[in-house]
Structures are given as structure tokens and as C-alpha cells.
Design a protein around this ligand. Structure first.
Ligand code: C2O
Ligand code: CU
Ligand code: CU
Length: 431
């Protein structure tokens, strides 16, 4: 990934046609997935888009979605967790000057700071150790926090107001980000773009693959820190037992004695369509088990769901296991309608592509499928605790024109994983 550890940030504008040349210089077959991007299935970089060592894959598409902090990472079935862990990940920032509310910190690396947060373990000789943490029910849990590839990361801040673009790129760890003195800050964006208005809070929780953009006010000369508190994983999960309890530093923040002044935050940051369940044409449910979805393990040769383009559906995801899981859908962004029947909190009310689903909890989301169809090439939905995903907690859906039958076409590499059965039973939308 253009270096030893993590990739450079990719940045593009809404309306731009991008072409990315992905050359695999590692010794393992991999893929590169554009997480959160509305993109044709063949460009999505899922497990069917294998890039063998020494070859180049060049997806292209036109970006048409709001300004957002997206990311990219490998997605080879069964190998995703370790490849991300070993540093194959980066941010993909989308800008949309025509919808910029103004007043937000936006000087990259100056007052607009990308933070890729991961937990690692190291061998006595300082090598990355993946095996050490692989034995827990949630997969790998590391004992060392690494931010943008650095242990003990710090930020020298010269502005009185800074924007942190937080990505949880960890395998399993859930963070509850806060400032060391629990001062209030503003959440301005979720996975897929700006919220309708800034949400004032003292902590924001991110499960693996989720993002949040926060704006924090600093005092001249202070040293403080972005920290993580014990997350709230729901009544049935003892987060302290899984991840270790208490609060730890993620990023030390050292404010200069003189800070550049910043304009007031805008009261309104984006115009979002109402998340209206009445707009849905169909509904599906997904039941999460220990490592399975709707009773099945991932099969590269099976289409699990067939969706008609230009429809909106309510997807209802229930975690029936005793483990923490989350749920990620490819092909774009959804809106959370409810969590156990209640409306989502403000920081989850905007565009999302990944959402935490606590044991015995049901999360309903409004998902819209538009623009791209391909009856032969699937998108994925899965738990983004990547060891669970690798163990098969994933399913495949195709988006088709009305009345089209899906038929997976076996790319040569698909055959490595399973026999191709194009006759798999699609589940029709109901309701
Ligand atoms: Cu971030 Cu299917 O992945
Ligand atoms: Cu994704
Ligand atoms: Cu899971």
C-alpha cells in the first residue's frame, strides 16, 4: 500500500470520475474494497475481485454521494482480518464543495486530522503479532493502541478548534471516544457524511469500521488527550472482560500557547432526506448467530438476497447470539430507523454503512438501492468484526433490474473457494 504500513489518504470530489490502479506487491492474493462507497459491484473490491500477486486491478467509477470519510481495505474471503491488521488500510475522503456548510475546520493535517485507530500486539522482538489475540470470542484483541501507525501518538495543535476524523480500523475492539476531562464536543459526521446538525456530547462510540467526525475546542497551552472509555456493548456483554476495563489514551493533544481563532460552528451542517419507513417497498430480516447470518455461513457461490434497483427496503437485523456483532452493508449508505424500537441517538441519525447490534437487540435500517445493477456480481453484507467475517459471518446480495434473474458468473478465482451454484434460492422481499 505505497509504503510499509497504512496507505496514503485518497481524496476526491463528488462528481469526479476516479480510476485507481491497485497493484498487489504482497505475496498473497488480495482485494481492495471501497468501504462506504456507492459503486458498481464489479468495482467494489469484494471477495470476488481477487488481485493475485504481481497484478494490477483498475476499478473506475463516478463519485456521487455526499462528502464523507470513507476507507478502503482488503476483502479476500477468510483473510480480511489479518491483512487489515498488518496495515493494508487507508482513508478515502470525499469532498463536496457545493454542499459545504462553511465554518468547519478543513485544513488537512492542520486542524482537520485523520485518525486511523487500531489495537495491536507485538512479539518480544517488536514484530506485529496476530496470533496472540486471536483466541477471544470476538477475534483478535490487541494490548497496544496504534494511531495512524504510531504508538504513543500525539498531536501538536495550533488551532482553537480541531476536527478529528475517527476511523475504528480495529479487528474487534469497540472504542468510546472522549476527551480526557470529559468536556463536551460536537459530532458533525457519521460513516457516510455530515449530520443534519452538530450533536453535542461527551463521548462517541465506534465499533469496527464505523467513523465519526468530531470537533473539539482547545484551550491555549493545555495538554489533554483523546481517550477511550469502556464501551457500552449492551446489558448482556461485559465489555471490560473482553477488552479490559477503564480508560486509556488514544492521542495526546498538545495545544500551542497561542491558538488560531476559529469561526463558530454552523447550526446546520447538511440537508438529509427524512428517514421515512413509509418510503420502503419491501422488508427483510437478518438474524445474527454466533458466526452465522440467517442460519448460514458465507458461501462464495450462493446469492443470499436479490434486490430490485430503485427500491428502498427496511432491513431488520437481530442479534440472537450472546456476542457483540455489528452489521455492514455494501453499495452505499443507509439510515438507522430504530434500535429496539427507539429512534437512534443523534450521532447515529445520519448516513451509516455499519452499525453496532448488541446481543438480543434489533436494529432497523432504511436501505436504498440505486444506479447500479449486475445480476452476476454480488455485494456483501457482514459482521465487521473481521475475524467473525472471515469465519463466514457474511452474505451476498445482487441488485437487479426488475424481473431479472440472478446468475453468479464464476470468475476463475471463485472456484478456489467453493463450487459455483447459480441456482441458489434467492430470498424474495416480503412486506
Ligand atoms: Cu469494510 Cu465488506 O467491508
Ligand atoms: Cu464495505
Ligand atoms: Cu460479529
Amino acid at each position: 500500500a505505497n509504503g510499509d504500513y497504512l496507505a496514503p489518504t485518497v481524496r476526491a470530489r463528488r462528481g469526479e470520475t476516479v480510476l485507481l490502479n491497485v497493484t498487489n506487491e504482497t505475496s498473497e492474493t488480495t482485494t481492495l474494497h471501497w468501504h462506504g462507497m456507492h459503486v458498481p459491484a464489479r468495482m467494489d473490491g469484494g471477495p470476488h475481485s481477487m488481485v493475485p500477486p504481481g497484478t494490477t486491478w483498475s476499478p473506475t467509477w463516478t463519485i456521487d454521494q455526499p462528502a464523507a470519510t470513507l476507507w478502503f481495505h482488503p476483502h479476500p474471503h477468510g483473510r480480511t482480518a489479518e491483512q487489515i491488521y498488518r496495515g493494508l488500510a487507508g482513508l478515502f475522503i470525499i469532498d463536496d464543495p457545493s454542499a459545504d456548510p462553511g465554518g468547519l475546520p478543513d485544513s488537512y493535517g492542520v486542524d482537520d486530522i485523520p485518525l486511523i485507530v487500531q489495537d495491536k500486539s507485538f512479539t518480544p522482538t517488536g514484530e506485529l503479532d496476530f496470533a496472540a489475540g486471536e483466541t477471544t470470542a470476538v477475534g483478535f484483541v490487541g494490548d497496544t493502541i496504534v494511531v495512524n501507525g504510531a504508538i504513543g501518538a500525539y498531536l501538536d495543535a495550533a488551532h482553537e478548534r480541531i476536527r478529528l476524523r475517527l476511523l475504528n480500523a480495529s479487528t474487534a475492539r469497540v472504542y468510546r471516544f472522549a476527551i480526557a476531562d470529559d468536556r463536551p464536543f460536537s459530532v458533525i459526521a457519521s460513516d457516510g457524511g455530515l449530520l443534519a446538525e452538530p450533536v453535542t456530547t461527551t463521548s462517541v462510540q465506534l465499533s469496527p469500521a464505523e467513523r465519526a467526525e468530531i470537533v473539539v475546542d482547545l484551550r491555549p497551552g493545555e495538554t489533554t488527550a483523546l481517550v477511550s472509555h469502556t464501551p457500552d456493548l449492551g446489558a448482556r456483554v461485559d465489555a471490560a472482560r473482553i477488552f479490559g476495563g477503564g480508560t486509556f489514551d488514544v492521542l495526546q493533544i498538545r495545544a500551542a500557547d497561542q491558538l488560531e481563532p476559529a469561526p463558530d460552528l454552523p447550526g446546520t451542517t447538511a440537508t438529509l432526506p427524512a428517514a421515512d419507513r413509509g418510503s420502503a417497498n419491501g422488508a427483510r430480516s437478518f438474524v445474527l448467530g454466533g458466526r452465522i447470518i440467517n442460519g448460514r455461513l458465507m458461501d462464495m457461490g450462493r446469492i443470499d438476497e436479490v434486490v430490485t434497483v430503485d427500491t428502498t427496503e427496511v432491513w431488520s437485523v437481530t442479534n440472537q447470539s450472546s456476542l457483540p456483532h455489528n452489521f455492514h452493508v455494501h453499495d452505499g449508505q443507509f439510515r438507522v430507523l430504530s434500535i429496539d424500537g427507539s429512534p437512534p441517538p443523534g450521532e447515529l441519525a445520519g448516513w451509516k454503512d455499519t452499525v453496532y447490534v448488541a446481543p438480543t437487540t434489533t436494529v432497523e435500517m432504511l436501505v436504498r438501492f440505486e444506479t447500479y445493477t449486475d445480476p452476476t456480481f454480488p455485494y456483501m453484507y457482514h459482521c465487521h468484526l473481521t475475524v467473525h467475517e472471515d469465519q463466514g459471518m457474511m452474505g451476498q446480495f445482487v441488485v437487479v433490474e426488475p424481473g431479472t434473474d440472478p446468475a453468479l458468473v464464476s470468475a476463475p478465482m471463485d472456484a478456489m473457494h467453493s463450487g459455483i451454484d447459480a441456482g441458489a434460492e434467492p430470498t424474495p422481499a416480503s412486506g
